[in-house]
Design a protein around this ligand. Structure first.
Ligand code: NAD
Ligand code: DAU
Length: 356
């Protein structure tokens, strides 16, 4: 049994779905179901006794303690977080609450449980913290990619909150001996990605005939990894990672945002041509830049590759084609996540910002 937090979100749900496709080991899935959590993503697990979904907050110590006592997981895989940089700029409170305070409370509940385990279970137990490359800050164009020893230089409220959580996890190992592992991954993309993030937003807006809002000059660089490759890296670190170590996860796929947007347009031109015969690129619209926008991220994944033998299965070309096709095939999923709270927030924050 493993306890997954945030398993109704983008990466957590992909992780749970892949885990149960590969193992019979059950999962307790603790998720608060914020705007980003979506049970529809887990619909294929309905009636599957190996998946126990619990709606709740990682900061609810009583609930977490009860889940740990009742289910005795051998590992906690911690995805739950507020994850969107733009939201953290408009209001950081939830990021501080969940990413920092929530992770602290989770660590404390897990530590108390771990201390009471028999020696063999205690030695085998793992707390795997899922984090981001954004904690390292921004790279200049010719700087080498982030290694695990790069200084922490977070620039957004989101990345500052994730950096704080990484430090807490590190401290709970060094001070309290909790057997932790941390992964710092680059930008993910793939199925079930919430359409507030660049790749799904561009696909969904293109199909709806809306502008494709590229921040600033669009030359900011991100390093893209197909979500299922991130999930395989997490499984590998959980199985074979050295306790107390951190592992950078990335696919060596640095691309400027504008190239990503053009690639999506080209795939849609091929797979779902516009009725008027024009290219989707005509919908590209340069808008006001994100405040404090990091210019470049790039992950050096050699530690994970050399020490644990991990390799991604997808290239960017295969992964982005699968992703565009997935969104074409799942219009209902998109329509449902775009209703309600998400729609109101987007309307409020973005209505005034689209300039082109
Ligand atoms: P997401 O926003 O899609 O999902 C987050 C999930 O956490 C949601 O299901 C939400 O309901 C849940 N959640 C939020 N607050 C909670 C709380 N207090 N208690 C319980 N559940 C709560 O995020 P994601 O993109 O799937 O990211 C998952 C993790 O991976 C995050 O920790 C993020 O920092 C990290 N990460 C993301 C990326 C990326 O590109 N998306 C890259 C590297 C690391
Ligand atoms: O690097 C890992 C991080 O990647 C994760 O830790 C975060 O949880 C995840 O959200 C992601 O952060 P980014 O800020 O890089 O992702 P986002 O999809 O929001 O933006 C990707 C790039 O595209 C970024 O340079 C901003 C730009 N962008 C984004 C949106 C939503 C646009 O130009 N237009 C947009 O409308």
């Amino acid at each position: 049994m493993v306890l997954v937090t945030g398993g109704a979100g983008f990466i957590g749900a992909n992780f749970v779905l892949d885990w149960l496709a590969l193992h019979d080991e059950p999962v307790v899935n603790l998720d608060k179901l914020t705007y980003a959590g979506n049970l529809e993503t887990l619909a294929s697990l309905q009636g599957d006794a190996r998946h126990l979904f619990v709606q709740g907050d990682i900061g609810d110590s009583e609930l977490v303690t009860r889940l740990l006592t009742d289910h005795r997981p051998r590992a906690v895989i911690h995805f739950a977080a507020e994850s969107h940089v733009d939201r953290s700029i408009h209001g950081a409170e939830d990021f501080i609450q969940t990413n920092i305070l929530g992770t602290f409370r989770l660590l404390e509940a897990v530590r108390a449980h771990w201390l009471g385990l028999p020696e063999a279970e205690k030695a085998a137990f793992r707390f795997l913290h899922v984090s981001t490359d954004e904690v390292y800050g921004s790279l200049s164009p010719d700087a080498p990619a982030f290694t695990e020893s790069h200084a922490y230089e977070p620039n957004s409220p989101y990345s500052a909150s994730k950096a704080a959580s990484d430090h807490l996890v590190r401290a709970w190992h060094h001070t309290h001996g909790l057997p932790v592992l941390t992964t710092n991954c680059s930008n993910n993309y793939g199925p079930f990605h919430f359409p507030e993030k660049l790749i799904p937003l561009m696909i969904v807006n293109a199909l709806a005939g809306k502008p494709l809002p590229v921040y600033g000059d669009g030359m900011q660089v991100r390093d893209w990894l197909y979500v299922k490759d991130h999930c395989s890296a997490i499984r590998r670190v959980l199985d074979a990672g050295t306790v107390g170590e951190t592992y950078n996860v990335g696919g060596w796929n640095e691309k400027p945002n504008i190239e990503i947007v053009r690639t999506i347009c080209a795939l849609l031109d091929e797979l779902r041509p516009r009725a008027d015969g024009a290219s989707y690129t005509t919908q590209i619209s340069h808008v006001k830049d994100r405040p404090g926008h990091d210019r470049r991220y790039a992950i050096d994944a050699r530690k994970l590759e050399a020490e644990l033998g991990w390799k991604p299965a997808e290239t960017f070309e295969t992964g982005i084609r699968k992703t565009v096709q997935w969104y074409l095939d799942h219009a209902d999923w998109v329509a449902n996540v775009q209703s309600g709270a998400y729609r109101q927030w987007v309307q409020k924050q973005y209505a005034a910002e689209i300039t082109g």
